[in-house]
Design a protein around this ligand. Structure first.
Ligand SMILES: Nc1ncnc2c1ncn2[C@@H]1O[C@H](COP(=O)(O)OP(=O)(O)O)[C@@H](O)[C@H]1O
Ligand SMILES: [Mg+2]
Length: 223
């Protein structure tokens, strides 16, 4: 966590500031965007700022999709879906949006560090409830992966799942999106590639196998 008003870049090439937010380090990156840890000094909280990659910012379709992601996330106000509360454009024309910072990594990070199967399945059930929130808003995620299911710690120390990365999501009210196959390949479901809720199946299977990936020491203490 950064002190209010300070910028402490720790990632080479990190911007020192995005809009009104001092930036401290990179949180993650995907094919189209990079997410930075920033500080909202007005509210005194950390924020995550997703910036479209410069090689994509000039592509109108990708730019549009990026802004659609921000609008979906802004519209859905639920603790199970990451909340967007700001949007802007850098001097070089790249769009960005500002989200709540989720402080406990992703399901994928947890898988790597080892977690008890019962806890893994509890988190998958939480993820399903998050996807249900999207569906109530007529939004299909289409890229459900352990890396796109983020975690936040509750005051009692337990973890809660927050659905993120609606980069390829679409509204079922929009009939123009067609049946194009999108998403992260390993979790494509065999039968319904465009329906987010079905991709939770492979994700959960992945979670249920976590125990076998734990080291003996981790198994004794956590699995
Ligand atoms: N709100 C957030 N809080 C903390 N980390 C985040 C947040 N949003 C994204 N990240 C990190 O950045 C990574 C990439 O973000 P994501 O939205 O999945 O981008 P992409 O569309 O490029 O895959 C995530 O896997 C996660 O590690
Ligand atoms: Mg992602």
């Amino acid at each position: 966590m950064t002190e209010p008003g300070t910028a402490v870049p720790t990632t080479p090439g990190a911007p020192t500031r995005i809009g009104r937010y001092p930036v401290s380090r990179r949180l993650g990156a995907g094919a189209f965007a990079t997410v930075w840890l920033g500080r909202d000094t007005d509210f005194d909280v950390d924020v995550a700022i997703k910036v479209l990659a410069d090689n994509w910012a000039a592509d109108p379709a990708i730019r549009e999709r990026f802004l659609t992601e921000a609008k979906f996330l802004r519209r859905i106000r639920d603790r199970r879906v990451v909340h967007v509360y700001g949007i802007g454009t850098l001097d070089d024309g790249r769009p960005y949006f500002v989200m709540d910072h989720l402080d406990a990594g992703s399901l994928e990070d947890l898988r790597r560090s080892g977690v008890a199967p019962a806890e893994a399945l509890r988190l998958c059930a939480e993820a399903a409830r998050g996807l249900e929130v999207l569906h109530r808003h007529h939004v299909v995620h289409r890229d459900v992966t352990p890396g796109n299911l983020l975690l936040t710690s509750r005051p009692d120390g337990s973890l809660a799942v927050v659905v993120a990365d609606l980069g390829v999501a679409r509204s079922v009210m929009d009939s123009s999106a067609g049946a194009m196959v999108v998403g992260t390949p390993p979790t494509w479901p065999p039968s319904r590639p465009t329906a987010g809720r079905w991709t939770l199946g492979p994700t959960s299977t992945h979670c249920a196998r976590w125990r076998t990936r734990c080291s003996p020491a981790a198994r004794r203490s956590r699995c």
